[in-house]
Design a protein. Structure first.
Length: 254
């Protein structure tokens, strides 16, 4: 998921980060993790955010989905499997351009780092069996969304809140984004860093946990349905991997 930048140079506009996220979203198991590693249950996180957290059986006919902080779009594609339309929004122009190219059926070539300056060229494609006409991608600020976004049947915010400068501004918009009876999924590894979020705007990590603060902020409009742990793995190079566990909270709009 793409953060809201605090610095002049946004690292999410670089070739390196674009390649890491294309591999994260679209790489095969063999491309991401060498066979000796026993962490494959942490793969395909963008897909699992949908398959493990969104109740497809509870979606109405013609369901509309919003993937807020969609990065290069894999979760948006998965939402389009179960919804009539899916909108992916991200702050990064390059991420959205890449997602749109994939939606249009293009193959994106990118570099997987092996070590130092040694790389392997790989190719990302949109997942099979998804109707691209159901999907739209656009750039947008999660803290200042356009006013006409509203009444979605499913809203996903995957690993977004701890990369926003003022996450409460984003959360305050959620009652308008999710229709009554609709589903909201928020995942986060709760990695609060001052380089992304000033300490006074952290949701957790001080006197309360992120989970407790989400409950306090959302309680008036949402019911907590379930909480799950979702491991995820990001490859940096052949011998360095980030293994994290996101906490997924699943909510129903009152």
């Amino acid at each position: 998921v793409s953060p809201h930048p605090n610095a002049t140079l946004n690292p999410y506009e670089t070739d390196r980060l674009l390649s890491e996220y294309l591999l994260f979203h679209y790489g095969s198991a063999e491309e991401i993790v060498p066979p000796p590693l026993a962490a494959r249950e942490a793969l395909f996180f963008p897909s699992r955010c949908v398959t493990a957290c969104v109740d497809a059986s509870a979606l109405p006919p013609g369901a509309r989905a919003l993937d807020l902080g969609c990065a290069v779009g894999r979760s948006t594609f998965e939402l389009a499997r179960i919804c009539s339309s899916a909108l992916g929004v991200d702050y990064s122009r390059r991420f959205i351009e890449a997602a749109e190219m994939l939606r249009e059926g293009e193959a994106l070539r990118y570099s997987r780092v092996e070590e130092g300056r040694l790389t392997t060229r790989l190719s990302a494609r949109a997942p099979e069996g998804v109707d691209g006409s159901r999907i739209r991608f656009e750039t947008g600020d999660a803290m200042a969304l356009r006013n006409d976004l509203a009444d979605f049947d499913a809203v996903l915010m995957a690993n977004l809140i701890d990369r926003l400068r003022e996450p409460r501004r984003c959360l305050a918009r959620l009652p308008a984004l999710v229709r009554p009876g609709g589903q909201l999924v928020i995942t986060s590894p709760c990695t609060w860093l001052e380089e992304f979020t000033p300490r006074e705007h952290w949701l957790g990590g001080e006197s309360v946990t992120t989970h407790e603060e989400l409950q306090r902020l959302l309680d008036g409009d949402f019911d907590l349905v379930a909480t799950k742990d979702l491991p995820f793995l990001i490859r940096e190079h052949a011998r360095k991997f980030q293994l994290s566990v996101a906490q997924a909270t699943i909510w129903r709009r009152r």
